[in-house]
Design a protein. Structure first.
Lengths: 481, 481
């Protein structure tokens, strides 16, 4: 039950909708109301899509309905892309449909013009829209949001995000643009696959807390990427996030750190950013990994979506290139949480045997510079030897790579070494490839093999540190069931 | 004259070489000694290339010579890609050639196996190689380096870097891999053009100080990107860099900050990393902008290569998307050097007239959120209006962009607004486009129009802050001639 005493509907009614109506559907291909229809249609969705537009017979080949009431059969989810006043009117019509037909689990309001503007008028409209829905337990996502995607059920209400790879990452965001960007960044290199995509906008009804709780229960979600500008009910957030963090990582980027930033947040989603240090404390308490930069946010999620957690903080930097290797060590130690792994004498002896005399092994601790003379075939043995060392909790592997190694063979050799361990014995392996689009093919091979790739050596260091931080938190906050 | 009393040859003899010999040239296309020949050949170079290999008649269609002495005519530059011992022998042969024919301005030693290994033996070899050259004023770049490129003269001694766009960026690096990566990162989006590329390796002879001094005098160099692990003769560096900084920006990334990192530096190029705080102070004194991350290093150089410096620290964030806009403001203010611009009443009034009612203008200060409703045609007037405001020193423009704006028209409109100012009245404009490869075409259009683009909003903030820091330093360190 919510504050007003009504029973809230479950969010799974929205994400598992079998029928979706789009109010504001447009035949014009340059309009958001058209993109929503096309994206919904392009998904692996075998339910019904109902464009609602009184002036059209069909849109994108799908039969159009003049209004919500006339849609036949059970209607689960309604998307609104019309003006704010029209949204208020629609909410009443949706309430009427619920009263008459008993359906509609929830609505997604893409439209803006509500509380985010800061005007009393906008706030009034938001309230007026919410009231008849809330009274009936119909859930509302938004307004002023991009909507939701469920790659497994095939629901997609966004005008910005076409169908995506299935996977274990779920995104919760107060910014639709940032959430959508997140997916496009990761697309070419197949850095992530998506379970659920969840933009909450002004959070008139469904808020970040509920979204995190919901994804905590989602079996397809392995890691949660959370972009927040301001959280209401901080104590509830900590409780919810802490429970989730005991099972899966929540990686967060919080903006509105400065007072000016808070001002922008106010005008963006109407949220109150609050004191940044309080957030810092709340995140730490809840085991939420807070990223310092957007790049760190993005790559930490990518890595956690594919790799196991490190069991300790002892990292080995395995490089073919001295400069990036040095930068990486430096950045690892600057995090304050990483120790360089002390390789065993056995490991060092074996590596020295198989490597060229110019190679550097364990000087300084945890640093192995293969130098350019290494052949691709040796990588399997090198990776296996280092991963088998009990003093090593994870590896960052760096390569330019020289143009003289074949991509397929190199990746095959490294993956052979990596996959020679059983799943429970695996340690994280991150891969830095610094040659821009020259290594696009190589990166894709690694990503498909489950090894996260990055362009910059210091980002890999920040990501590994975040994995260690979360692993340490989780070890000291075991779930007692 | 150098310490030993010999006259040092000028570096311009190497960068403006009219004839290049490659000792260790190989017919096998998977060998570095082959790539050097192909890259040299592919350049816009109308001098002579001489592969040296006693077992071949031609390599890549070019006549081969059995040794250095047999090369006819004047020989300016020699590249060595052979074993360390062979390099020592070659140095003596090069000295003999100099004594007999009076030519050879300098050599580039790609080979490793010298002081970087930390062994007395390696150091001995490096000395033995240098001695006969130094006695004759023949300059040595390296050993253990990638070599040099001059896009204007057409010299290219690298096995890793094919011909590149001409431009105003010069790179000096103790890591060949990082320097080469720098160029590949920037290639697809045409983010930079190159004047000189200068990897110094172990710095047996030519060091970072001399490289920076040399590029300070290079008319084609507009900004210097400097990657250093350790600098010898710190006082000389400060003096040299300070003189250069008064004319053009030097952007630096320094690794080996931590004691472990220093250990890796030792084994990489044999340099001593030194106390990091001393470097911090030296950079500040010399007006060198020190980047905190590799991404910041890269994008700061890109932006400074294309854009004018801001005259003050008052920045306007102009966005179509609230989330990334908020992140950007936040990151700007966290730098401690930026103020948000206070737009004049005239500017605000005019923007409100032409923008949609949902737009946010100047709340908070310096923040303009166009919201999705802006049309591409309006961008010209928006950009012109804000740039004309005397309270604004620079703009960061952010767009996702919505799929409903045409790329060409959008960029055309923004560039029209930007280019309506004369060159001396221009202010920096940075552009954040957060939609991954979906906006690759759009980014390229901006970059070709001279507007630097980035993927992440917080990186743009760090770059703008660096431009402001340098501008402030330069204003207080005017050149007195």
């Amino acid at each position: 039950m919510n504050a007003a005493g009504q029973v809230k509907g479950s969010l799974s009614g929205l994400f598992n909708a079998r029928s979706i109506a789009v109010v504001g559907a447009s035949p014009r291909r340059d309009k958001p109301g058209n993109h929503v229809i096309r994206h919904a249609k392009a998904m692996d969705f075998d339910g019904q899509i109902y464009p609602v537009n009184p002036t059209q017979k069909t849109i994108e080949g799908i039969k159009c309905y003049p209004d919500i009431m006339s849609i036949p059969g059970r209607l689960d989810l309604i998307v609104l892309i019309v003006g704010a006043d029209e949204c208020v009117r629609m909410a009443r019509e949706i309430a009427r449909r619920r009263d008459e037909k008993g359906d509609v689990a929830g609505i997604v309001v893409v439209s803006g013009g509500f509380s985010e503007g800061g005007s009393a008028e906008g706030e009034e409209k938001e309230k007026a829209m919410l009231e008849p829905l809330q009274a009936r337990g119909i859930r509302l996502i938004g307004p002023n949001c991009l909507g939701i995607i469920d790659q497994y059920s095939g629901v997609n209400t966004t005008f910005d995000v076409p169908p995506y790879n299935k996977g274990g990452v779920s995104v919760v965001s107060q910014s639709g643009a940032l959430a959508a960007s997140f997916l496009t960044w990761a697309k070419d290199m197949e850095q992530i696959g998506i379970s659920k995509f969840f933009t909450v906008g002004n959070m008139a009804d469904v808020d970040v807390n509920e979204a995190v709780e919901f994804l905590g229960e989602d079996e397809n979600t392995r890691v949660i990427a959370l972009y927040v500008e301001g959280i209401r009910q901080g104590r509830r957030f900590v409780e919810a996030a802490k429970k989730v963090s005991q099972r899966k990582p929540v990686v967060a980027y919080k903006s509105g750190r400065t007072s000016f930033g808070s001002g922008a947040v106010r005008s963006h989603t109407g949220a109150v950013a609050g004191n940044d240090r309080i957030y810092d404390g709340a995140f730490r308490q809840a085991g939420v990994i807070r990223a310092a930069t957007i790049a760190e946010f993005f790559y930490t999620v990518c890595a956690m979506g594919k790799q196991p957690l490190p069991r300790g903080n002892r990292v080995c930097v395995l490089t073919v290139v001295g400069g990036p290797g040095t930068i990486c060590i430096d950045a690892l130690l600057a995090t304050g949480v990483v120790e360089m792994a002390c390789l065993s004498d056995g490991t060092k002896g074996h590596l020295k045997e198989i490597l060229a005399p110019t190679a550097v092994v364990g000087e300084p601790h945890g640093y192995v510079d293969l130098t350019g003379s290494v052949t691709k075939e040796k990588h399997e043995e090198i990776v296996r030897t280092i991963l088998a060392d009990e003093g090593v909790d994870g590896i960052i592997y760096l390569n330019t790579p020289p143009p003289f190694l074949g991509d397929e063979k190199l990746v095959e050799s490294i993956l052979k070494g990596y996959n020679s361990f059983s799943e429970e014995d695996r340690k994280p392996l991150l891969c830095v490839l610094t040659f821009g689009s020259n290594v696009a093919g190589l990166r894709l091979l690694f990503e498909r093999g489950g090894i996260p790739t990055m362009e910059f050596p210091d980002i890999a260091a920040a990501v590994m540190a975040n994995m260690i931080r979360y692993s340490e938190w989780r070890n000291t906050h075991k779930t007692f069931k």
